[in-house]
Write a protein that binds this ligand. Sequence first.
Ligand code: THU
Length: 130
Amino acid sequence: MENDVLISYAKKAMGNAYAPYSGFCVGAAVLTDDGDVFTGCNVENASFGASICAERCAVLKAISEGCTSFTKIAIVSSGNDYTYPCGICRQFLSEFMEDGMIVLSNEDGDVKEYRLNKLLPFAFNLEKME
Ligand code: THU
């Protein structure tokens, strides 16, 4: 799937963001190895630490439907610059797309692409501890 299509899924999901505390809306769309798309938005909570990012929302939806391997994820936000995934989301994604691409789009529609292992070198991996 082309990046612009995946980005449009992420933008649509951003419309469902629940962000009354930060006012910062995020949308994400993961593409599975089988070509399916799962989307997510950030969901905040009055107990701020209970909030969840759009990226993990999308991944959780995919995993809970039995899809466990992704080739890329698109991320957009209501901010004007590129929205890089937070550290927790990078680690979370690394479990399911070690080699996958992170596709970011800014307000102007410009696109940047990174391999996850460039944004998170030396991800924690329990198997490497044995
Ligand atoms: N947020 C995401 O959804 N993804 C990120 O990668 C960074 C931050 C959300 C969390 C919170 O709801 C809002 O953006 C402000 O931090």
